[in-house]
Design a protein around this ligand. Structure first.
Ligand code: FES
Length: 164
C-alpha cells in the first residue's frame, strides 16, 4: 500500500472505540466509521491496530475492507475538500478534463489525492443529484456548477492566493 501516513495514533482512544463494539469482527464497518469520525480518515496505523486487536482479523483484511468501501478515506482530507462529480451527466459533459485540470494545478502526482501541505484533497463522487448543473464540482459545501478547466483554474487560483 502506497499511502503515506504519519498520523500519531492514540491507542487508548482506539481501545475505547473497539471496546464499545466488543472487539467484534462483525462490527468492523461500524468501528472503522467511528475511527474515521475521529481522525477524518483512516490512518494506516489505526487499521493495523484494529487488525491485530480483533480476533479473526488481520491488518490485511482491514485494509481490504477499508479500500473496498468508498465511504472510507485512506488519506487525510485537506482543508479544502474538492469533490468532482463523475456521474453520467457530469462525465458526458466533461468532468474528467476538469479533474485533470485540478490535478495539474495542485500538482497531485503518482495517484496522490491530497496535497503535501494538507491544504487540498481531491476525490471523485457519483451523481450529486444536480445533473442540470453538470459538470459539478463541490469544494467544502460550495457547489460550482457547469465547470470547465478554465473556470476551475480561476477558482483554485483564488483559493491558492488566499492560502499560500
Ligand atoms: S451526474 Fe453529476 S450531478 Fe448528476
Amino acid at each position: 500500500m502506497s499511502v503515506e501516513n504519519h498520523h500519531k495514533i492514540n491507542t487508548s482512544k482506539l481501545d475505547e472505540i473497539l471496546a464499545s463494539y466488543d472487539y467484534k469482527k462483525s462490527n468492523l464497518i461500524a468501528i472503522l466509521q467511528k475511527i474515521q469520525e475521529v481522525y477524518k480518515y483512516l490512518p494506516e496505523d489505526a487499521m493495523i491496530y484494529v487488525g491485530t486487536k480483533i480476533e479473526g482479523l488481520s491488518p490485511a483484511t482491514v485494509f481490504g475492507v477499508a479500500t473496498f468501501y468508498a465511504q472510507f478515506s485512506l488519506e487525510p482530507k485537506g482543508k479544502y475538500e474538492i469533490k468532482v462529480c463523475d456521474g453520467t451527466a457530469c462525465h458526458v459533459r466533461g468532468s474528467m478534463p476538469v479533474l485533470n485540470a485540478i490535478k495539474s494545478k495542485l500538482e497531485l502526482k503518482d495517484g496522490a489525492m491530497t496535497t503535501e501541505d494538507g491544504m487540498f484533497s481531491l476525490e471523485t463522487v457519483s451523481c450529486l443529484g444536480a445533473c442540470g448543473l453538470a459538470p459539478v464540482v463541490v469544494i467544502n459545501d460550495k457547489v460550482y456548477p457547469q465547470m470547465t478547466s478554465d473556470a476551475i483554474n480561476i477558482v483554485l487560483d483564488t483559493l491558492l492566493k488566499e492560502e499560500r
